[in-house]
Design a protein around this ligand. Structure first.
Ligand code: NAP
Length: 580
């Protein structure tokens, strides 16, 4: 399992990916919770009795606490990259940010464009992309099919070229549109019709460097994978001004400085092998990795240490450079990672447990100091999931680390889907990547709340789990909680007995099950969400009681529900719809 840190963003997002990308900055509290999330993910997905709880794993952030990772057998790549970003609608008091992005989500199943989900976009977008209806045959799957068809999408017959700024500027028309993202130039003309944000949005970056725009709108998208068949080449590099980094090394007390860390790494690219070095102060040990590659960033490094075993993976082009050492002395759990991007140097600073001088760093472990090719793992897919509690009957607790070691998901496997069958095939020892949690649900909505109504359909029940836990535990003003839970059949009702027990235990809770395809013996409510069902169900406790209605389910269900709620005179502030 791998946690993907998130850089530059606001809240904490939960996601999984097999490759570190799209990182945002997260708060310490968020990051701490992530360790828990990752550990729990391991339990949830692997259902393994093996515990990984003590293992720390970080990428590129001084407080980035990496959760779990099992033993990765020889970097075996899975057939498809998985990246799940969850809307962690937990109520742990984390900062939540209201983001813009009001376009309605599109309908669709697992294979839809994930950014069509409003809250999914919201989670990432500083500025939400406008949504345009895509033509028939222009879905994500269609795009993937096209990219795998062998069609020459760049017009260069597979040749990669070096693109000058002048050249880039020339390609600024819809039928000839090149865009540079992080130094790589893509011909996005073939992609225009597949772009959920529409052609106009892409054209905003036509013939120019679209990195900033891209980062504003959907930095989480794995464009490298999505657009890899559109790659034209790299931007021609302007000569860099050399800077003297030797100043930085004055603190070195011990160890060999690399021969050429300054000049080599700035200007040169190419086959030069990465190297590492270490040095120490009284209290710190710094391991420096010289990637010999410009523009390396925090996303490129994953550090993992447990007891005396230290491991750092650095992604260098198509390879992983691995430092794997049995440390000679104990270090504290806490460590930090720093990158000097312009020279491709990574510094991992470990804190000594005892302030003694180390004679040597440690002994090499498997694959230490080796450059390992990364296998092509196909297309990356991103899906958001809402973590739930371990049980409905447990009281809500503020996330506390490091003792909380599990995260729970309720994931329905759609056998014809693109993503969940891959999850279903995960084996113990496989890896998924997790980014930081995200959500736009504000805990302040509960303040002084008297009536809470929850409308859930199918797995749309998941956000309600923590809401129920929290509301019944922590909101003294609450008089009534009513859940209306829509499912096809009785068998589909998630956690039915727990819900019934909870309702029995806490008289403030009423639960109503509504089935759309019940057996004839069913004597409960039947049908779909409707004005009749809602008007009867959504009775306020008192005329003016403060009320909140949360709704989650299939997108059309949620959309219809919100319309009905508005018809029933619930204000915007009184409705929260989960739409990812
Ligand atoms: P499902 O079993 O297909 O449907 C659950 C119930 O909703 C069924 O009774 C179904 O009726 C009804 N329903 C479906 N479409 C409807 C519509 N257009 N109008 C009225 N009722 C409708 O649900 P599921 O497969 O578990 O899917 C749950 C959905 O919730 C997924 O799309 C998932 O992405 C979403 N979700 C969102 C979040 C979030 O935003 N945080 C979290 C979890 C889940 P029929 O029997 O007639 O189909």
């Amino acid at each position: 399992m791998r946690l993907a840190g998130e850089r530059g963003g606001e809240g904490a997002n939960l996601s999984m990916c097999s490759r570190p990308r799209g990182l945002y900055k997260a708060r310490v509290s968020d990051l701490l919770e992530l360790a828990k999330i990752a550990r729990e993910l391991a339990a949830a997905f692997r259902q393994s009795p093996r515990r990984h709880g003590d293992r720390k794993r970080r990428r590129g952030h001084s407080v980035w606490s990496r959760g779990v990772h099992g033993h990765r057998p020889h970097y075996a790549a899975r057939g498809r990259r998985l990246r799940i970003r969850g809307l962690l609608e937990t109520l742990g008091g984390r900062r939540r940010q209201e983001r813009r992005g009001d376009a309605e989500p599109r309908r669709g199943g697992d294979a839809r464009w994930p950014w069509n989900d409003r809250s999914f976009r919201k989670a990432f977008a500083i500025q939400a992309p406008s949504q345009v209806p895509l033509k028939q045959g222009r879905s994500l799957m269609d795009w993937i099919r096209l990219t795998k068809s062998g069609k020459d999408l760049t017009g260069l017959k597979g040749r990669l070229i070096e693109v000058t700024e002048e050249e880039l500027k020339k390609h600024n028309k819809k039928d000839d549109c090149w865009i540079c993202i992080r130094g790589f130039v893509y011909n996005v003309s073939p992609y225009m019709e597949y772009h959920p944000g529409g052609e106009d949005e892409l054209m905003r970056a036509a013939g120019s460097d679209g990195t900033e725009l891209f980062d504003q709108v959907h930095r989480w998208v794995n464009y490298e994978s999505m657009l890899k068949e559109c790659l034209v080449g790299r931007m021609a590099i302007k000569p860099a001004v050399l800077k003297d980094y030797r100043e930085e090394e004055k603190k070195v007390l011990n160890g060999m400085l690399p021969k050429s860390q300054v000049t080599d790494t700035l200007a040169k690219e190419g086959p030069s092998y990465p190297s590492y070095d270490w040095f120490q102060t009284n209290s710190l040990v710094t391991i420096a990795i010289y990637t010999k590659q410009k523009d390396i960033n925090l996303d490129s490094i994953i550090v993992d240490h447990q007891d005396d075993s230290f491991r750092a993976e650095t992604i260098i082009k198509d390879c992983l450079y691995l430092i794997h050492i049995g440390l000679s002395h104990e270090v504290q759990e806490d460590f930090s990672v720093r990158v000097v991007e312009s020279v491709g140097k990574i510094e991992i600073v470990l804190k000594k447990k005892e302030n003694t001088s180390w004679d040597f760093l440690g002994h090499p472990l498997e694959n230490h100091n080796s450059l390992i090719p990364r296998k092509d793992t196909g297309t990356e897919i991103v899906k958001p999931y809402t973590p739930v509690s371990g049980s409905l009957l447990s009281e809500f607790k503020e996330p506390v680390l490091p003792n909380n070691k599990y995260i729970y998901f309720l994931i329905k496997i759609y056998h014809t889907g693109l993503f969940t069958p891959e999850l279903d095939r995960l084996q113990i020892g496989d890896f998924v990547s997790v980014s930081s949690p995200e959500g736009n649900f504000k805990i302040s909505k509960f303040q002084e709340l008297e009536d809470l109504f929850l409308l859930a359909a199918g797995t749309g029940f998941t956000p309600m789990v923590k809401i129920l836990n929290y509301a019944l535990t922590d909101i003294p003003s609450l008089r009534k909680v009513k859940l209306m839970f829509f499912n096809k059949t009785e068998d589909d009702i998630i956690w039915r007995s727990q819900l019934e027990k909870l309702a029995f235990k806490d008289k403030r809770l009423d639960v109503e099950f509504v089935l759309s395809a019940p057996i004839s013996e069913w004597n409960g409510k039947q049908g779909h969400i409707s004005p009749a069902l809602l008007s009867e169900f959504l009775k306020r406790n008192l005329d003016k009681s403060k009320v909140l209605v949360c709704i989650c389910g299939p997108v059309p269900f949620t959309e219809q529900g919100v319309r009905l709620l508005q018809d029933l005179n619930f204000s915007k502030n009184e409705i929260h719809s989960f739409t990812a």
